[in-house]
Design a protein around this ligand. Structure first.
Ligand SMILES: Cc1cc2nc3c(=O)[nH]c(=O)nc-3n(C[C@H](O)[C@H](O)[C@H](O)COP(=O)(O)OP(=O)(O)OC[C@H]3O[C@@H](n4cnc5c(N)ncnc54)[C@H](O)[C@@H]3O)c2cc1C
Length: 411
């Protein structure tokens, strides 16, 4: 169940169904490669079959059938088949209906990808979703960058904050005072990052992000309102704060270190956090994006219901309407809600959008609210999907995760 057999000459790895994303990524990373995986605890075979395995790496590596060279299944009658066999059931097709899985996957040969030693993360801040969308689509169609994701205020602040209260304060500072309502997070080599720096007025490079992460309690605690008010610029505040001239000042103010960060957690956890954040991995965007161990933080304040929709990325109006509809339904049912992420795909022609609802799962009235909200959400997406090509609800892709992406993105 746990076999991982790397075949570097053939750019692939053979895995059994008990192998988790974390285990596989760790094994291939040690040999200098990468696989596209999502949640670290998810078993890779199940993830492919179940959701088609989407992540911010989908921008470069795709989804669904893009992940696989071959898979072996046992169907409900006990028949064993390989999907590469000409006589096998067609798992590559897609139908807009709720389907059972093709069977139990007993083995998969998944694709491995090359990695260069100059990859780093970079964040591009924006004051509006429309601008962030345009930029993400633009770099995707130009083939700039590998993992690309538009993040709203909640995801960014939550991922980098070790506590819930620090995440809330950080969000207020990022969105409110620094005016960055959205960021486009990109993992790319030096050529990609250099191109991006020529395209936008402001970026947050990996060393600045590391500084922010390790100095976060001081970012949340200091008098940023006064500093920003004193800047007297008609440009967004983040452009001044993250300018080259300001970085030494920022470093002085934040005093970034594992100890500074650990000051945000309860006293009995401080030593642990100091040791944890002394590891370079915990502030390395490439590693964090590949292994995703901090994404568990997104459900820290409440249980999350994630809604995933493929959408045409050039239709900013459709995406904004979709987000507004999710927000309206949540407000009607008094449910916490926020944009999760949007990742461009297939040269920016399409994207995948996650919108999240948050409920207190220990409160029965909250679970009733989500049940009522679902009655509004499903028809809303079905109607949009019928009227707009490229809009597809992940609900219909469940168990058809081996399908070719073209069969659900363009039908
Ligand atoms: C917080 C959170 C975030 C997530 N983020 C993402 C994300 O970004 N991208 C993404 O793609 N998914 C995401 N998921 C979905 C999840 O990771 C996948 O559905 C994954 O399949 C779960 O893995 P598991 O090993 O727990 O599978 P299980 O929960 O055990 O199984 C999932 C489904 O697959 C079936 N299954 C299990 N094993 C096999 C097998 N060998 N052959 C055939 N069918 C099988 C099960 O019957 C079940 O229907 C997220 C889930 C959570 C809770």
């Amino acid at each position: 169940m746990k076999k991982i057999q790397l075949d570097p000459d053939n750019w692939s790895a053979v895995i059994e169904p008990g192998v988790t994303a974390f285990e596989l990524q760790k094994a291939v990373t040690q040999q200098g490669y990468r696989v596209n995986t999502a949640e670290p605890a998810a078993t890779v075979c199940a993830n492919i079959v179940c959701t088609g395995l989407f992540s911010t790496w989908a921008n470069a590596y795709g989804v669904g059938a893009d992940h696989i060279v071959d898979m072996t299944f046992v169907d409900r009658h006990g028949t064993v088949f390989r999907i590469n066999d000409k006589n096998a059931p067609n798992v590559f097709g897609f139908e807009q209906a709720v389907h059972p899985p093709p069977g139990i996957c007993t083995e998969a040969r998944v694709r491995m990808h090359p990695v260069t030693d100059d990859e780093e993360g970079i964040l591009v801040p924006f004051t509006s979703l429309a601008d962030a969308l345009f930029f993400a689509r633009d770099i995707s169609r130009r083939r700039i960058g590998l993992a690309v994701g538009i993040l709203g205020g909640h995801y960014l602040s939550t991922f980098i904050s070790p506590t819930e209260s620090l995440a809330e304060k950080t969000r207020d500072i990022f969105s409110g005072i620094l005016e960055m309502t959205h960021v486009v997070s990109v993992i790319g080599d030096k050529y990609a990052r250099n191109s991006i720096k020529q395209m936008v007025p402001c970026v947050i490079e990996s060393n600045t992000l590391k500084m922010l992460m390790l100095g976060l309690p001081r970012l949340a605690g200091s008098g940023w309102t006064d500093i920003v008010t004193g800047l007297e610029s008609d440009r967004p505040a983040y452009e001044s704060i993250f300018s080259q001239e300001m970085l030494p000042v920022l470093e002085q103010v934040l005093a970034p270190s594992p100890e500074t960060l650990a000051a945000a957690v309860d006293e009995d956890l401080r030593e642990f956090y100091t040791n944890l954040y002394s590891r370079p991995h915990m502030t390395d965007m490439v590693w964090l994006t590949m292994f995703r161990i901090v994404s568990a933080r997104m459900s820290r304040h409440k249980h999350m219901f994630a809604f995933l929709i493929y959408a045409p990325l050039d239709r900013v109006d459709v995406i904004q309407d979709l987000i507004a509809s999710f927000a309206d339904i949540a407000e009607t049912h008094v449910i916490d809600h926020d944009l999760g992420f949007i990742t461009p795909m297939d040269f920016g022609k399409r994207g995948i959008l996650e919108y999240d609802y948050y409920i207190d799962h220990t409160d029965r009235t909250e679970s009733e609210k989500i049940q009522q909200a679902m009655k509004d959400i499903e028809p809303m997406i079905d109607k949009l999907s019928a009227a707009t090509r490229g809009v597809k609800f992940l609900k219909y892709i469940f168990s058809q995760g081996c399908a070719r992406k073209e069969n659900f993105l363009y039908t």
